[in-house]
Design a protein around this ligand. Structure first.
Ligand code: NAG
Ligand code: NAG
Ligand code: NAG
Ligand code: NAG
Ligand code: NAG
Length: 337
């Protein structure tokens, strides 16, 4: 056959089938879209308004139907327990077009058997971790939506619209999560939803994972300046404080030259060095190390112990007072002349 003739032939074929199915086939399926849970009953009508019916029926791997001389045929399944049922309604007529077939838009679904989260034992601040949502035994994947929540906040979602599998599947969906300090103790949940569309159950079948809490670990960071200079008068008392935030809670270690009157106390996450009667032997740098297994923070407190009021200050003060009196007295005498 010549290419031109072939084109005309294909064109005619196309034109014929097009006009046949839309104009005169007249096969009406009711309801036009069926959403059924695996194992549930289904009843669907198929009918025609044409009078020249020879036979009507349903072609299917379960409960096929064949009814002679009937303008209506019912596909009636008391328990739909096959995943690949592809029911088609056919009607055979006496006149052209003699056979018309219409596929039923059928969705067979099954809620997930289980939804769970797989996560590391702990996460580190600023480091990306993966929280995986595992959805077992769900169908069909095409309508599945998997979402990860932190509290009420949605962190991510995933759908499988291009998956045409009709059978139940397992889906593992990894979500990247980079925690901040505020996420310590946050509750994560995975939600799997079948968004089945028109004709589906309302609300959509939804299953949540048990909530999961994960510690967020981080190295200690100081709650005050890393460098401090403090002064105390000889004989006075002073408390040097060091505190840091970390998870796990930091342990404190002080380094300084030991003296009898110095006492270390750590309570409620604050470590202190108490010096009740300061003397020049306490005059030095106190180094505080706040440690956990992820790091250490160091604070240096330089303590200066001042002696009593220095003599030079007292002498200067006396000279000042004497000078002032002399000037005032001199001024009065001058005026009085
Ligand atoms: C199917 O047809 C029967 C009559 O044969 C009717 O009673 C029934 O309501 C129809 N069902 C639907 C879903 O249209
Ligand atoms: C469907 O079949 C069941 C028995 O399998 C029957 O009881 C019921 O009446 C049928 N329904 C229709 C609409 O034909
Ligand atoms: C799914 O997540 C994307 C970002 O990853 C977001 O833009 C979209 O709105 C989310 N969709 C739904 C239905 O939550
Ligand atoms: C889904 O996972 C379960 C449990 O791990 C397994 O028994 C089943 O065979 C899996 N199904 C598929 C379709 O891979
Ligand atoms: C604290 O002092 C020690 C020596 O006394 C020094 O090695 C360290 O770098 C100091 N740290 C800070 C944060 O200043």
């Amino acid at each position: 056959m010549e290419p031109g003739a072939l084109l005309v032939f294909v064109g005619l074929l196309f034109f014929n089938s097009e006009s046949a199915s839309s104009a005169v086939c007249d096969v009406n399926i009711d309801p036009s879209r069926v959403v059924v849970r695996f194992g549930d009953p289904v009843i669907v009508n198929c009918s025609t308004t044409r009078e020249d019916v020879f036979e009507a029926g349903w072609e299917s791997s379960i409960n096929p139907v064949n009814e002679p001389n009937s303008k209506i045929t019912v596909w009636n399944v008391s328990s739909l327990i096959v995943w690949d049922a592809e029911p088609k309604c056919f009607i055979n007529y006496m006149n052209e077009p003699r056979q018309c077939v219409e596929k039923l838009d059928l969705v067979i679904y099954k809620s997930p058997e289980s939804v769970s989260l797989i996560a590391p034992e702990f996460m580190k601040i600023g480091v990306e971790s993966t929280i995986t949502c595992q959805v077992l035994d769900v169908a069909p994947a095409r309508y599945l939506s998997v979402k990860l929540y932190k509290g009420d906040e949605q962190l991510g979602n995933r759908s499988f619209t291009h998956d045409s599998t009709r059978f139940p599947v397992n889906e593992s969906v990894p979500f990247p999560v980079t925690p901040t300090r505020a996420d310590n103790g946050a509750e994560y949940t995975c939600v799997a939803e079948l968004q089945l569309g028109p004709g589906g159950p309302k609300p959509n079948p939804t299953k949540r994972s048990p909530p999961l809490k994960m510690p967020v670990v981080y190295k200690p960071s100081l709650l005050s300046a890393a460098e401090e200079n403090v002064e105390v008068r000889e004989g006075g008392s002073i408390v040097l404080k060091c505190s840091a935030d970390g998870n796990p809670a930091p342990k404190y270690e002080w380094k300084y030259r030991i003296a009898d009157n110095v006492q270390e106390i750590t309570k409620d996450g604050v470590s202190t060095v108490n010096i009740p009667r300061a003397s020049s032997s306490n005059d030095r740098v106190y180094e505080c190390h706040a440690k956990n297994r992820y790091g250490v923070a160091t604070k240096n407190i330089t303590l200066t112990v001042k002696g009593g009021t220095p003599w030079i200050m007292i002498i200067l003060l006396i000279i000042g007072v004497v000078l002032a009196i002399a000037i005032i007295v001199g001024g009065i005498k001058f005026c009085g002349r």
